[in-house]
Design a protein around this ligand. Structure first.
Ligand code: PBG
Length: 333
């Protein structure tokens, strides 16, 4: 008899038995969400203002001089880590403020490390927020130059490590950046600084709200010549294997929701910590639907984030981190 085709196991097999009470459901639950799983993105700028980001309700661009209360709140909520994106005073062709020792992110890192030495500070290593053209690398003749960009990325990573970054996270998608950054960090004495590589980062329309938040929309063209083509999954696995070979300590898949299959496949090929980025457009969709009263925001957000963990992510970058910390606290009473 073929067991697979035999549906007559009912009534002896009743799956509903283990769904009957909350306690039973708790006992057989396969995936959990903890505040420890989250990295909260922050947008830092010069000055003493807090400017709301319209397409990302609940998130602000925060001035260096008023970072204090935000950091206090994050620490109080038990969130273990933040990732920093910067809005420079001025943009130029070579992204000078990305690697200046008094660049906005470096200043923010020093401030945060003074306020909360235990909070893990991740530096996003990319040039698009700092270049006048808005691309993630050096542009010559309308083309983003791979190898010329590596040196600037490496300088940026070292400047961040010098400012106190606990982890550096290249998101530019140039080939060879992990090796270039590893070499530069080691030469500068930062052998202990881990690299979180945005290994499988797709050219996604879900970054729309972020580009408003970070003022990083490319002034011409798009990012398809360096970010990944959405239909490809095997290529993501190659990129992950390549980054591991170059010395990545953690790898990322980004965005998360349209790429849960990629997260699941990545989980099968690496024992490194796997990170997923629940990006700005994913956040904005839930916020917009919730603001219209169309969905239960809390339940939808928890379901989405649990799904990302179930797919195989260890850690999640999410604009929902603070809300999740509060919700989990409420659940635990
Ligand atoms: C910078 C960068 C982007 C995001 C993170 N780092 C934007 C982009 O690549 O265009 C997007 C994050 C989000 O949408 O939440 N390269």
């Amino acid at each position: 008899m073929c067991a697979i085709a035999n549906y007559s196991v009912h009534p002896s097999h009743r799956m509903r038995r283990l769904r009957a009470t909350n306690t039973l459901r708790r006992m057989v639950r396969e995936t959990d969400l903890s505040v420890d799983d989250f990295i909260y993105p922050l947008f830092v700028m010069h000055g003493d203002e807090r400017r709301p980001i319209l397409s990302m309700p609940g998130c602000d661009q925060i001035g260096l001089e008023v970072l204090g209360p935000e950091i206090e709140e994050i620490v109080e909520l038990g969130i273990p880590a933040v990732i920093l994106f910067g809005l420079p005073e001025e943009k130029d062709e070579l992204a000078s403020e990305a690697y200046a020792s008094d660049g906005v992110v470096q200043l923010a890192m020093r401030t945060i490390k003074e306020l909360a030495p235990e909070l893990v500070v991740v530096g996003d290593v990319c040039l698009c927020e700092y270049t006048s053209h808005g691309h993630c690398g050096v542009v010559v003749g309308g083309e983003v130059q791979n190898d010329a960009t590596l040196e600037i990325l490496a300088r940026t990573a070292v400047a961040q490590a010098q400012a106190g970054a606990d982890i550096v996270a290249p998101s530019d998608m140039m080939d060879g950046r992990v090796a270039a950054i590893r070499t530069a960090l080691d030469e500068a004495g930062f052998q202990g600084t881990p690299i979180l590589a945005y290994s499988a980062k797709y050219a996604s329309a879900f970054y729309g709200p972020f580009r408003e938040a970070a003022d990083s929309t490319p002034q011409f063209g798009d990012r398809r010549s360096y970010q990944m083509d959405p239909p490809n999954a095997r290529e993501a696995l190659r990129a992950i294997e390549r980054d591991i070979a170059e010395g990545a300590d953690m790898v990322m898949v980004k965005p998360a929701l349209a790429y849960l299959d990629v997260i699941a496949k990545a989980r099968e090929i690496t024992h490194l910590p796997l990170v997923a980025y629940n990006v700005s457009g994913e956040y904005a969709m839930l916020k917009a639907a919730a603001a219209n009263g169309w969905i239960d925001e809390r339940r939808c957000a928890m379901e989405v984030l649990t799904g990302i963990r179930r797919a195989g992510a260890d850690l999640i970058l999410s604009y929902y981190a603070k809300d999740v910390a509060r919700w989990l606290r409420e659940e635990q009473g």
